[in-house]
Write a protein that binds this ligand. Sequence first.
Ligand SMILES: Nc1nc2c(ncn2[C@@H]2O[C@H](COP(=O)(O)OP(=O)(O)OP(=O)(O)O)[C@@H](O)[C@H]2O)c(=O)[nH]1
Ligand SMILES: [Mg+2]
Length: 458
Amino acid sequence: MDKTIAAISTSIGEAGIGIVRMSGKTAIEIGKSVFVPANNREISDDSNRKLLYGHIYDGDTLIDEVLVAFMHAPYTYTKEDMVEIYTHGSIVSVKKVLELLLKRGADIAERGEFTKRAFLNGRLDLSQAEAVIDVIKAKTDSSYKQSINQLKGGLKDKISSLRNSLMEILMFVEVAINFSEDGQEELNTSKVIKDGRMLLEEMSELINTSNKGKIIRDGVNTIILGKPNVGKSSLLNNLLRENRAIVTDVPGTTRDMIEEFININEVAIRLVDTAGIRETDDIVEKIGVERSLELSENADLIIAIFDISNELDEEDHKILEIIKDKKTIVLLNKVDLGSIVAKEEIENTIGEVRIIETSMNHEIGIKELEESIVELFYLGDINMDSDIIISNSRHEKLLRESKQSLSDAIDAIESGIPIDCAEVDLRNSWIKLGEITGESTTPESVLDKIFSEFCIGK
Ligand SMILES: Nc1nc2c(ncn2[C@@H]2O[C@H](COP(=O)(O)OP(=O)(O)OP(=O)(O)O)[C@@H](O)[C@H]2O)c(=O)[nH]1
Ligand SMILES: [Mg+2]
């Protein structure tokens, strides 16, 4: 935090403008040393938070024509002195400006370091800092609204309210512990148990939102599985409505994963086309096949494709084994070439499953597939603007731990175990909730992990 950090905040490429930012004690001084305002105007206190027009110079060398904002602490993103330089958006311009700032004493910022400072300086709580990256990465209107809601402090307020209720119970118990020796204060166990149970209920409701929350945030992790040549890549192209993957009649065309995002009716789908599953001696293809199998273990949805125009073979049966007991939609593809495989044949092997007959070449069944996916991951009953939803697995884990501790405390009180034990559990429950917002001390390693997911310059 002693260092002044600098980074390019806009994505690197060709653009109208690019922004280089700096934050820290010497940011203003370094900014002044490279910026020459038009007409040699003075940079005074009056310039605070105003856009100034001028040029960046490295000694006598002109680097770019720019706008610059000098912003004094504490009313900035990081609550530190900050400077933002708006250059032309060429890769060279932004890099040259950044290099110059580094030459004048700034250090290159780590991923998410600006936001980390905003958190450490108390401008955001941890859940809001995490929402910043979610807003940046949002792929659908729902995930965007959800993260804006969290950024506004929706989750923070909810956790605060849970913590306050927990603190009331905790104080009740502590008073009883402190006065119990002279018998003045007896613990009103029935009230503590009743309040505790209500709190448990509230926590459960929140935890229950996490299934949908993860889908909103990360999308439905979907794997297209099938033996070679059944039409997996054709499906990817059909859903994307562009020729993304190579399609040929040579089995084993796709060897590596192809990953794309699609948005079906506000459900974000992370779609992975895989190498066809088969026994093979080709080393590259073999690795592809192993990866396909690995990925299908953790998928939210498997779209398994079979060729309806040919008898199911041993390889198809292996795939049926893999998808058994997993959330699957089965496609019987190439229906335009005839129907040899009956739906019953699939159902007899793996039980009831959604089966759709398709033709990738004649766009048969694609719409039905899209509707089935939306139905499976229906999000309609959530108000994205106001409902508090757990979309982050770190939050979910902490909530579960907090709930477990509270539940242990209630059990202890109910069974007449000395209340000192319950007090430890209650305190633990309170601490775990605080880790969500960062009010309880959060280990440095956890912070590092959170901010390492950020982009540079945010
Ligand atoms: N007639 C017909 N041909 C299809 C259909 N779907 C795909 N094909 C053809 O089948 C061949 C294989 O299609 P791909 O999409 O490359 O199959 P894949 O499953 O990705 O194959 P690998 O990458 O080798 O595992 C191509 O020649 C496609 O044009 C369909 O519905 N009807
Ligand atoms: Mg393919």
